[in-house]
Design a protein around this ligand. Structure first.
Ligand SMILES: NC(=O)c1ccc[n+]([C@@H]2O[C@H](COP(=O)([O-])OP(=O)(O)OC[C@H]3O[C@@H](n4cnc5c(N)ncnc54)[C@H](OP(=O)(O)O)[C@@H]3O)[C@@H](O)[C@H]2O)c1
Length: 258
């Protein structure tokens, strides 16, 4: 990880769960981490944690609603102005509404498309543009996909089918970007990580209309992954030597049956 010391990483969806875990891990390796989300105060609170303050890197919070193209463009113009470069872009912001294909509402589907797909693609395009502008040819893009991008989610969660569709698309986008970068002879690498169940706020958001069905029920029935387990996969991707391009890592809890 030495080569990333002092270099700049963007983590979207940094206010909670996996994104927060990524920020905590990357600052320990000396990276200047720009964490963005809507709840910017939560990222500022992470930056104030003792372990983060004592780390060789630093965490800077920027407010951004990833479902809004104009906000993403201002985020990148702030990154250009204040940091002058970007070396790593981790497209982590993502969510699922409980919105089945037969009964779900279209505004929830659009929101999932805007965050999980459009936001990810716009951030990627802007990140690669900035890397190219600054001559950073060993940059890394990482998409947070899901085991739900490889097979439909089990456990009777019909409301998660549209979300799985977005994550299947992330798989196609990962390979598409790889081919476009190769066509440019670029050494910028693209990887995705596809977690199984991780103990975060994800399921509370999914069950927001049905708070009696609490996520902890699920976490009591198995030992779920923790954000740190996903951060470890990301560190593995970043540590790979230049001739190795990690394409997709599926990480499941040992106890996850499907
Ligand atoms: N947890 C799991 O079991 C699991 C499994 C497989 C894949 N994943 C994927 O992992 C990624 C992170 O999920 P998580 O489990 O860490 O969920 P989480 O705890 O709910 O965190 C989601 C993050 O995304 C951000 N976000 C949501 N909508 C946003 C928007 N419009 N603009 C900016 N940020 C937005 C949230 O920030 P604000 O609300 O502050 O904006 C938050 O920081 C997602 O892509 C998810 O699909 C999770």
């Amino acid at each position: 990880m030495e080569r990333w010391n002092g270099r700049v990483a963007l983590v979207t969806g940094a206010s909670a769960g996996i994104g927060a875990g990524l920020c905590r891990a990357l600052v320990q390796h000396g990276m200047v981490v720009i964490g963005c989300a809507r709840s910017v105060e939560k990222i500022r609170a992470i930056a104030e944690e003792d372990a983060v303050k004592a780390a060789p890197g630093k965490l800077v919070a920027i407010k951004c609603d990833i479902s809004q193209e104009t906000e993403i463009l201002s985020l990148f113009s702030e990154i250009r102005q204040k940091f002058g470069r970007l070396d790593v872009c981790i497209n982590n912001a993502g969510l699922s509404h409980d919105s089945p294909l037969l009964t779900g509402n279209t505004s929830e589907w659009k929101n999932m498309l805007d965050v999980n797909i459009m936001g990810l693609c716009i951030c990627t395009q802007e990140a690669v543009k900035l890397m190219q502008e600054k001559g950073i040819d060993d940059g890394q893009i990482i998409h947070l996909s899901s085991i739900g991008g490889h097979r439909l989610g089990g456990m009777g969660m019909f409301g998660i089918h549209f979300y799985c569709g977005t994550k299947f698309m992330v798989r196609a986008l990962t390979e598409g970007l790889r081919r476009e970068l190769k066509a440019l002879n670029s050494k910028i690498r693209i990887a995705s990580v596809s977690p199984g169940i991780v103990e975060t706020e994800f399921f509370d958001r999914y069950e927001k209309e049905n708070p009696s069905k609490k996520a902890p029920d699920m976490f009591n029935s198995m030992q779920a992954l923790q954000a740190k387990d996903i951060a470890d996969s990301v560190l593995y991707i970043l540590s790979a030597p230049q001739h190795v391009e990690v394409h997709d890592i599926i990480v499941r809890p040992y106890d996850q049956p499907t």
